[in-house]
Design a protein around this ligand. Structure first.
Ligand code: HPA
Length: 270
């Protein structure tokens, strides 16, 4: 993975005009934020050595680097998922690449199913903590201390200061936000109602198929993390209706304006 990373970093550095400070990972239906980036350099994943190509509907598959609210950013418009068959080292490669490019903080976003029954589709949830339910970790295997510690601390995976900043920003902008625990599952099948009940008992507020591996790697390499989930649907069994990927995309369409405005205002205050 080291060789892949060095090649990817060299290739991307050759295309950029400046070093990005903030990394953004944009989830299902949330990639529009990248369209707000000024002086954008767009690099399709297919061109980057060592990068897989993203395949999910609602995910574009490119890096967009430039300026957002005066801050140098690099965004992933579309991410890699474990359920696509990629090893977690590959899923999280872009996070290591961002770190090598100079990124210091990361904003991760996703679409997620609401487990907390007080949530409603269309809510935005600041991630306070997560539960790794992938049954594995991107850090499995030999560790290079250069990349990060063998046993990284995860007691503050999501930066408390950043959560407070996001809450304050949302309040000032009149955007309502919830807070909660994100459970990362492998997917690609949505959960059964019994699994959702179990996840609620375990302390989960929202469930999705991403984010956890990326955040583990981000913390391993010392990035500050802010996580935002868009509650695109209620998780299975909470409402008496089946789940569709189309619903996920439709709901994210509806909260897009609030999501865009909130993330931009947060970036302006970093
Ligand atoms: N479950 C898992 N992942 C998801 C969901 C869900 O209900 N909604 C969006 N991503």
């Amino acid at each position: 993975m080291k060789t892949e990373m060095n090649e990817a970093v060299k290739f991307i550095e050759g295309k950029l005009n400046s070093n990005p400070q903030t990394g953004l990972i944009l989830g299902s239906g949330l990639g529009v934020l990248a369209e707000e980036i000024e002086d954008a350099v767009i690099i399709p994943y297919t061109e980057i050595p060592g990068f897989p190509s993203s395949t999910v509907a609602g995910h574009k598959g490119q890096l967009v680097a430039g300026t957002l609210e005066g801050r140098a950013v690099i965004a992933m418009q579309g991410r890699f998922h474990f359920y696509e068959g990629y090893d977690l080292k590959l899923v999280t490669l872009p996070v290591r690449v961002m770190k090598a490019l100079g990124v210091e903080d990361l904003i991760v976003t996703n679409a997620a199913g609401g487990i907390n029954e007080s949530f409603e589709p269309g809510n935005l949830m600041l991630i306070e903590d997560h539960i790794n339910n992938f049954g594995t970790s991107p850090l499995i295997g030999p560790n290079s201390e250069e990349d990060g510690p063998r046993f990284p601390d995860m007691s503050e995976a999501y930066c408390r200061e950043r959560i407070a900043l996001a809450e304050e920003t949302a309040k000032e902008a009149g955007i309502s936000v919830r807070k909660g625990v994100y459970v990362g599952n492998t997917g690609p099948a949505y959960e059964t109602p019994a699994e959702v009940k179990m996840l609620r008992t375990l302390g989960g507020d929202a469930v999705g198929m991403s984010t956890v591996p990326e955040v583990i790697v981000a913390r391993h390499c010392g990035l500050k993390v802010l996580g935002i989930s868009c509650i695109s649907n209620m998780a299975a069994g909470i409402l008496d209706q089946p789940l569709h990927h189309e619903e996920v995309i439709e709901t994210t369409e509806k909260v897009k304006a609030d999501f865009l405005s909130l993330v931009k205002k947060i970036v302006a205050r970093l």
